[in-house]
Design a binder for this molecule. Structure first.
Ligand code: PLP
Length: 413
């Protein structure tokens, strides 16, 4: 007998990241920090190994009146000022001729998972990148939604033929297509599509839009860590070319943007040609919100609004230090990797670089050997993730060479 529902999956979440983080901590306690390279943690850490929490965000948050923190939000869809400022922040200078609505969500997770259940029925299939944040698949599975993967890369470019094949296959079994991309600054590869690739993406969505409704979920959790922030949103100009049968959900997260992972604040930005389509999705989102998290922390929303309006310059300056730092860390790693022939996926920017190891069994053996040599990383599908967001410069230098030697030893077994 079990008390949980019949369809519940009782296999515990295998939190591989958490397990490996603990191993690294234990090793550090036993052998000292000089001996250990911990490239597991997926949050922004400074050079002295401390979690970054921006002063330009948290000094004001600390000073917010207790009643503002205690209070419910103004609405299940979020506070009006927050909704307006999220839209402004997400699109910045880009002029979109689309109807839109913003729904406050608990982080980017809430935006992505609610988009999945808003647009797909149970038993239908979500289209996912095959190297991706593991939660997408879990979000689908928990809602009795299947998933089908497309290969992300064809050499060093986005693999449109694989995406097209996957869309074709899924379109034969259901009446709509829902596709996830995590661009720019993709987790875990650090890839960002260029303007041409975004144009190709919209062409493909429109092509299938001639047959059925097509929804693209663009997860932009890491967008504010692009190396070229002045142009990071330029690709959204391509959104203007969507047809009437294509809808977009841009999943925004304050977690990385404001270094406020624990405040659980983000938003879904719904966009379509027709206001009526946006309104329908908004109604479904609002009911999901009411039925699950109810409303988003009031003070978290108010603080975002204040930061991006009244403290924007100081915030951008503070954040830029870390964009620069990650660029330095990743450049050293990639330069050394290319010098010694360590293969990586085509990293452009963002929190993670991923080693390219197509065979998952070999990858597992390499990962294990890294651990034996006190190097801690995270296994992902067809690769090993190196978190440059948390790895100090002193640990980056020389790392690629060590990894390459270990890989060579494993490959030659
Ligand atoms: C690719 C990706 N999307 C979205 C998120 C959402 O994070 P949150 O729910 O904290 O906003 C994460 C967090 O790790 C992520 O890696």
């Amino acid at each position: 007998m079990t008390f949980t529902r019949k369809t519940a999956n009782l296999i515990p979440i295998e939190d591989t990241v958490f397990a490996i983080v603990s191993l690294a901590k234990k090793d550090t306690a036993e052998h000292g920090p000089e001996c250990v390279t911990d490239a597991t943690i997926g949050s922004l850490y400074d050079e002295s190994g401390r979690l970054v929490a921006y002063d330009s965000v948290f000094n004001h948050y600390d000073a917010i009146d207790h009643r503002v923190k205690a209070s419910y939000a103004a609405s299940f869809t979020g506070n009006p000022g927050f909704r307006t400022q999220v839209y402004n922040w997400v699109v910045q200078g880009v002029k979109l001729n689309l109807a839109h609505s913003v729904i406050a969500t608990p982080g980017g997770s809430g935006a992505v998972s609610t988009a999945i259940t808003t647009f797909l029925d149970e038993g239908q299939t979500l289209i996912l990148p095959e190297i991706a944040w593991g939660s997408y698949k879990l979000m689908a599975a928990e809602n009795n939604i299947k998933s089908e993967n497309y290969e992300i890369f064809d050499g060093n470019q986005f693999n449109f033929s694989s995406l097209r094949e996957t869309m074709e296959k899924v379109s034969k079994t259901q009446d709509r297509l829902v596709i996830v991309v995590n661009d720019p600054c993709q987790n875990p590869t650090g890839y960002s599509m260029n303007r041409q690739e975004w144009d190709n993406m919209i062409d493909l969505l429109n092509e299938y839009g001639n047959k059925m409704p097509v929804i693209l979920i663009d997860d932009i959790a890491y967008i504010d860590y692009s190396n070229d922030l002045a142009h990071a949103r330029d690709y959204m100009n391509s959104f203007n070319r969507i047809s009437d049968n294509v809808m977009l959900t841009v999943a925004f997260s304050c977690s990385k943007t404001l270094t406020s992972y624990g405040l659980r604040c983000g938003a879904a930005v719904l966009m379509a040609k027709e206001q009526k389509d946006v309104r329908e999705a908004e109604i479904v989102f609002e009911k999901s919100a009411r039925a699950t998290w109810s409303n988003i922390p009031n003070a978290a929303m108010e603080n975002f609004t204040w930061v991006v309006t009244d403290n924007k310059d100081a915030f951008l300056r503070e954040k830029q230090n870390y964009v620069n730092l990650m660029k330095q860390r990743s450049s050293i790693f990639l330069k050394e990797a290319s010098e010694c022939g360590l293969e990586t996926y085509p990293y452009k920017e963002g929190f993670f670089v991923t080693l390219r190891i197509p065979d998952n069994q070999v990858r597992h053996a390499v990962h294990q050997e890294f651990i034996n040599q006190h190097i801690y990383t995270v296994e992902v599908n067809h690769g090993i993730r190196v978190a440059v967001c948390s790895l100090p410069l002193c640990k980056v230098s020389g790392l690629a060479k060590k990894m390459k030697q270990i890989e060579d030893n494993v490959f030659s077994r």
